[in-house]
Design a protein around this ligand. Structure first.
Ligand SMILES: NC(=O)c1ccc[n+]([C@@H]2O[C@H](COP(=O)([O-])OP(=O)(O)OC[C@H]3O[C@@H](n4cnc5c(N)ncnc54)[C@H](OP(=O)(O)O)[C@@H]3O)[C@@H](O)[C@H]2O)c1
Length: 331
């Protein structure tokens, strides 16, 4: 068990947009899984497996499991004794975890941002997070107030880089321009959903932002919550996230016939490459040069091993294979 990261020669460490920070092209996050599906011991096994595969970036959020996801990750990292300068840690704020307290819910006001970061750092057991995301846009707070507050957190050493998650291109550009005008720390990265079934925002809406402002992306749900693994072809498996209490809204999406037809169309391509559907879907995300890192999720260690095996599939995705995939996706 090494407390140092051993860079994996197969792992690409991509720049986070135009920043100088490099993140492993496959990374690991804790949405749904931590606390709901796995406790400290399995979380440790999964994070260790990702680390051993060369993963240096771990994603979290204040709202995941009401703060318990950050607490688990904090305990696991402390138990593993990883050197702080060898890993990149992120969290996200917006929803709050105190319920409907004025200022503390669904907001990016200065007071909430300055308060919430303290709880995040406490639960994660660190002095700073490398990345802090505004988890959604807040139409009720002036973007200028949020930009000043996020920039202050960087100045105060609580955060190294800040960014957004699921903001529109116009909102990201407005934030960047405010920061530019006032010589503040600019948003560096966005965390959007991106996978074979969800392409528009990353490929079309943000298109100009990559060159214009050097936006990096840490993309989420690369397997569309597991749909792209093929596990929902015969219905909802009882040990999957779609079967969890409170996730009925996901179950209907994960059993959508049109999406399942796409998965059926991809199966022969995965077979011809000798890989799994999960590996094909993850490797495909990395082929987009505007993706800085693909945040993977797993409810058990075996999935981490399979998913990081996608590193072997990336070189197999030639132009010809990408065209075959595109034909299936555009049916
Ligand atoms: N910014 C945002 O708004 C936002 C939103 C969502 C996620 N995220 C981030 O992105 C990360 C990844 O998102 P995600 O968890 O939705 O990713 P995903 O890769 O689309 O889904 C992961 C889930 O798929 C199933 N799975 C994964 N590998 C598998 C395999 N090889 N075989 C079979 N099933 C497999 C597992 O669920 P089961 O075993 O339960 O089926 C696993 O938890 C999150 O952890 C979080 O850090 C951010």
């Amino acid at each position: 068990m090494s407390t140092s990261l051993t860079p994996n020669p197969k792992m690409e460490y991509r720049r986070l947009g135009s920043s100088g920070l490099r993140v492993s092209v496959l990374s690991f996050g804790s949405w749904v899984t931590f606390d709901n599906q796995l406790k400290d011991d399995t979380a440790l096994a999964c994070m260790q497996a990702a680390w051993d595969a060369g993963c240096n970036f771990f994603d979290n959020a204040e709202a995941y499991a009401g703060g318990e996801s950050e607490a688990i990750m904090g305990r696991v990292i402390s138990q593993l004794g990883w050197k702080r300068h060898h890993y990149v840690l992120s969290t996200k704020v917006f929803w709050g975890i105190d319920g409907p307290i004025p200022n503390m819910q669904n907001s990016l006001n200065r007071k909430y941002l300055h308060h919430s970061i303290e709880g995040c750092l406490d639960r994660l057991q660190v002095d700073f997070v490398d990345l802090l995301f505004c988890h959604r846009a807040d139409p009720k707070t002036p973007i200028e107030e949020t930009v000043w507050a996020m920039s202050d957190l960087v100045d105060r050493g609580k955060v190294l880089y800040w960014g957004t998650s699921e903001w529109s291109a116009d909102e990201i550009r407005a934030a960047w321009e405010i920061a530019e005008r006032h010589h503040l720390h600019k948003p560096v990265m966005e965390q959007p959903q991106y996978n074979m079934l969800e392409r528009k925002r990353v490929e079309t809406e943000y298109r100009r932002l990559y060159d214009d402002i050097g936006l990096g992306t840490t993309i989420w749900s690369p397997l569309a919550s597991g749909l792209l693994t093929g596990k929902y072809l015969e219905g909802v498996p009882s040990d999957s996230r779609a079967a969890l209490p409170g996730y009925g809204w996901l179950a209907s999406r994960l059993t959508d016939e049109a999406s399942l037809d796409v998965v059926r169309g991809l199966a022969p391509i995965a077979d011809s490459l000798g890989c799994t559907l999960a590996q094909l879907a993850l490797a495909w995300c990395t082929k987009n040069p505007h993706v800085s890192t693909v945040i993977t999720g797993a409810s058990r260690e075996s999935q981490v091993h399979e998913n990081f095996g996608a590193l072997d599939v990336i070189p197999l995705l030639t132009d010809e294979v990408m065209t075959r995939i595109d034909e299936v996706l555009s049916r």
